[in-house]
Design a binder for this molecule. Structure first.
Ligand SMILES: [Zn+2]
Length: 59
């Protein structure tokens, strides 16, 4: 199973279409994975993340 990252929201996904953005604008060429538990944290807000989950650091 290949992990992919959505280029729009940086979410790590397992399919080819981002379930949040409904886009196939995804890539396997991403660097780093971070897990956001608290979408209200400063890190999440800096990255524009609005929901907890796994995200790529660099897409
Ligand atoms: Zn997305």
């Amino acid at each position: 199973m290949t992990l992919r990252a959505c280029r729009d929201c940086k979410r790590i996904i397992t399919g080819t279409v981002c379930p949040v953005c409904k886009t196939s604008n995804t890539t396997t060429n991403f660097q780093g994975v971070m897990i956001i538990f608290d979408a209200t944290s400063e890190i999440a807000q800096n990255l524009g993340i609005t929901a907890p989950g796994k995200y790529a650091i660099k897409v």
